[in-house]
Design a protein around this ligand. Structure first.
Ligand code: 5AD
Length: 323
């Protein structure tokens, strides 16, 4: 597909947007039926050594109380993820060097042995040897977004990270036998429909097993306090196009769609998404893990979030996939 044609599809409104989304929904149904895969996410540390310009928990952000969930509590939460019927636990944190290779290996091994869950890690850039050890310890998947396919923009907004290093980490993950997830923030400041079209084409070229994308949301605590200029329809069209361009990929309805507008994740579920990731982080930590404003569910506990997610899926006529 050529970028100009994709850019036009991204800007679709009215009947044109409607038919794009209906097509994406049909593609999702053909591949996965109506079953949604639930993946319980535990945000176990908000310490981060990086100062990514857009992120609410960037190193040095004012007013962020830092926490690390004790291992025993992470494990207990992983048991709740399993008891709640999720087939996968996602362990996410900032880039926190406190968690050494051996610490993470122990954590992954214990969770695997005690719960048998599939384990997805989302810990930022790690060296190949650490990733190898974690894979061997039982980690199945890894999420690492490339954020933008524009290498110059990437380095402007990531003062502590290089674009090449990120791609090389994605290659390591693939070589080591992980199922790899990546994606980008939709509508970064300065972006255009054409640049989003390039992000879509780049995503496809990575041949991913999972694609996580959500709208960029401006956070007043960060240097990137710039209000997005795109209509909401563009974010939803992006998801529909991701599904149409990657028919077999796992596509989550990411949390930031609910921060964009109430019911955002439900809309994404009907425009191609087949994954829902209930936040299982214990309530007392939640308000400290806000990558962007208006994050939903910060005043709920894990079981309430999970039950609410199940009600949402049922209301949307979707069933639960146990895997
Ligand atoms: N708006 C939207 N998404 C954000 N993320 C971080 N900060 C923001 C923001 N301000 C996303 C990044 C990261 C993921 C965990 O959260 O894409 O990879």
């Amino acid at each position: 597909m050529d970028p100009a044609c994709l850019a036009r599809a991204l800007m679709a409104t009215g009947a044109e947007a409607e038919s794009l989304r209906i097509e994406a929904d049909a593609a999702r149904r053909e591949q996965f039926g109506d079953a949604v895969r639930l993946r319980g996410i535990i945000e176990f540390s908000n310490y981060c050594k990086n100062r990514c310009l857009y992120c609410g928990i960037r190193n040095g952000a004012n007013g962020v109380l830092r926490y690390r969930i004790p291992d025993a509590e992470i494990l207990q939460t992983a048991h709740a993820v399993r008891a709640g019927g999720c087939g996968t636990v996602v362990l996410q944190s900032g880039e926190d060097p406190f968690y050494t290779k051996s610490h993470l290996v122990d954590l992954v091994k214990t969770i695997k042995e005690e719960t048998g869950l599939k384990i997805t890690l989302s810990l930022g850039i790690r060296d190949r040897e650490t990733l190898r050890a974690l894979r061997e310890a039982g980690a199945d998947r890894y999420l690492l977004r490339f954020e933008t396919s524009d290498a110059v923009l990437f380095e402007q907004i990531h003062p502590d990270a290089g674009f090449a290093a990120r791609l090389s980490c994605l290659r390591d993950l693939r070589d080591l036998g992980y199922e790899v997830g990546s994606g980008f923030m939709i509508g970064l400041p300065g972006g255009t429909p054409e640049s989003i079209a390039r992000d879509l084409l780049f995503t496809k070229s990575l041949n991913l097993q999972m694609i996580g994308c959500g709208p960029f949301l401006s956070d007043p605590k960060t240097p990137m306090n710039v209000q997005p200029v795109f209509p909401h329809s563009l974010y939803y069209n992006t998801i529909a196009l991701l599904r149409l361009m990657n028919p077999t990929v796992n596509l989550p309805a990411t949390t930031s769609f609910d921060a964009l507008e109430p019911g955002g994740r439900d809309r994404v579920l009907s425009y191609g998404a087949n994954i829902f990731m209930p936040n299982m982080t214990p309530r007392k930590y939640r308000e400290c893990y806000q990558l962007y404003p208006n994050k939903p569910g910060v005043d709920e506990d894990g079981s309430a979030t999970l039950e609410a997610s199940k009600r949402r899926l049922a209301a949307a006529g979707r069933t639960l996939d146990p895997q």
